[in-house]
Design a binder for this molecule. Structure first.
Ligand code: NI
Length: 404
């Protein structure tokens, strides 16, 4: 058992440093798998701690082990990359890089994980095992976790026994922890549909093959498919987000190109929806004497928390914050995460940390991926303490009794 009050107090004391670090990262966001400056900042911040540190070969990751002796290995993940989008927060430490913003809180994740490294380093005498800190690039669609897994983040001389991650959310009360067993986040696939007809004069459609109404029919039919063919209790979302065709009022274009997303919370429904979409897209076009093709670019799989891992995280959170500080989510969220790859291979769980800014209502605060997204920086001390508590409690229980 840890002394929760002491851990929170120590984390509070670190808070000014964590805020400063988060703001430095926020001001200089980097995209994708190559984050040289963020990586250098992290290395600098953990320099001086007795950690066994290595950097990625194919990506700018940092893996650091706090190894104290024989015992289980617990992994804590913080992602570090930003988003290709403008920032309109007006903050004094707003992004100094045009078209690039930390709008998903990964700046805070990085700072909180550094905080956890310090908290755990100070307690290393009481740690019967190893804590592995996974500072990950390329979470925003770049499969950073997969690269790190290929480079052995879960293996090595001391393979990982369990893995935990935190993600901030402005739409949850500040300083609270939320998670659930089973599906936590959705899979995310990119849909590309091309309807091919025959161009012609807009006044004589019978001499052409107009792909426009076919495209419209497909958009509608996809929604009917979702409600009629997918189990209501195993939901999927299909959204067509872009339709491109045509040039002017009197020309029938040859083709229509559409783009969209498929979200699912089970691999079963995901596969079912892809099958059904192929059938609809090809069948509708062919019913009108045309051709259409669906291409699915597979994105992240469903993020599935292990039941034991999620109840362990909630237990740790309520020990740390009191019962009102931890909550079980009633349903998954339809966003996606590449921590899914880690949870496919190791037991564990991802949890959300509420960071609703002061004076705002969680339901109305600007969400992750908004150009106006802000956080309550004070909650970062809770995040750092929660990371640390997960590690202390996991190792303290010993491999035998730990959630698997
Ligand atoms: Ni994120």
């Amino acid at each position: 058992m840890i002394d929760s009050a002491q851990l929170l107090e120590d984390a509070e004391r670190l808070l000014p440093d964590l805020i400063d670090l988060r703001r430095r990262i926020h001001r200089a966001p980097e995209l994708g798998l190559a984050l040289p400056n963020t990586q250098a900042t992290v290395l600098d911040e953990i320099d001086g701690l007795a950690l066994d540190t290595r950097t990625g070969e194919s990506v700018s990751s940092v893996v650091a082990d706090l190894a104290v002796g024989a015992g289980p290995v617990v992994l804590l993940r913080g992602d570090m990359d930003a988003l290709p989008m403008p920032e309109d927060t007006g903050l004094e430490f707003a992004s100094a890089i045009d078209g690039c913003m930390h709008a998903c809180g990964h700046d805070a994740h990085t700072a909180m994980l550094v905080g956890a490294a310090r908290l755990l380093h100070a307690r290393r005498a009481q740690l019967p095992g190893t804590v592995r800190f996974m500072f990950q690039p390329g979470e925003e669609g770049h499969h950073g976790a997969r690269y790190m897994i290929e480079e052995g983040v879960l293996d090595g001389d001391v393979p990982v026994d369990a893995a935990f991650a935190l993600h901030v959310s402005p739409n949850l009360p500040s300083g609270t922890i939320w998670t659930r067993g089973g599906p936590l986040m959705a899979s995310a696939d990119v849909l590309e549909i091309k309807v091919s007809g025959k161009g012609g004069h807009a006044s004589t459609p019978y001499l052409a093959s107009d792909p426009m109404p076919i495209a419209a029919e497909i958009v509608q039919a996809l929604q009917v498919m979702v409600t009629r063919r997918i189990n209501t209790f195993d939901p999927v979302v299909v959204t067509i987000t872009k339709i491109r065709a045509g040039t002017t009022d009197n020309v029938i274009p040859e083709a229509v190109d559409m783009l969209g997303t498929l979200r699912a919370v089970s691999e079963h429904s995901r596969a079912l929806a892809i099958d059904a979409m192929n059938q609809l897209v090809e069948g509708i076009a062919s019913a009108h004497g045309m051709r259409a093709e669906l291409t699915v670019h597979k994105g992240y799989p469903v993020t599935i928390n292990h039941d034991d891992g999620a109840s362990f995280a909630l237990e740790v959170a309520s020990d740390l914050l009191g019962a009102e500080g931890a909550g079980k989510m009633p349903a998954p969220v339809m966003g996606a995460e590449d921590f899914s790859y880690v949870l496919q291979r190791r037991p564990g769980a991802m949890s959300f940390l509420g960071v609703c800014p002061p004076g705002e209502h969680p339901a109305r605060a600007h969400a992750c991926h908004s150009n106006r997204m802000t956080i309550d920086e004070a909650a970062m001390s809770v995040g750092a303490a929660m990371y640390a508590a997960l590690a202390v409690e996991y190792l303290g229980r010993g491999e035998r009794d730990s959630p698997r």
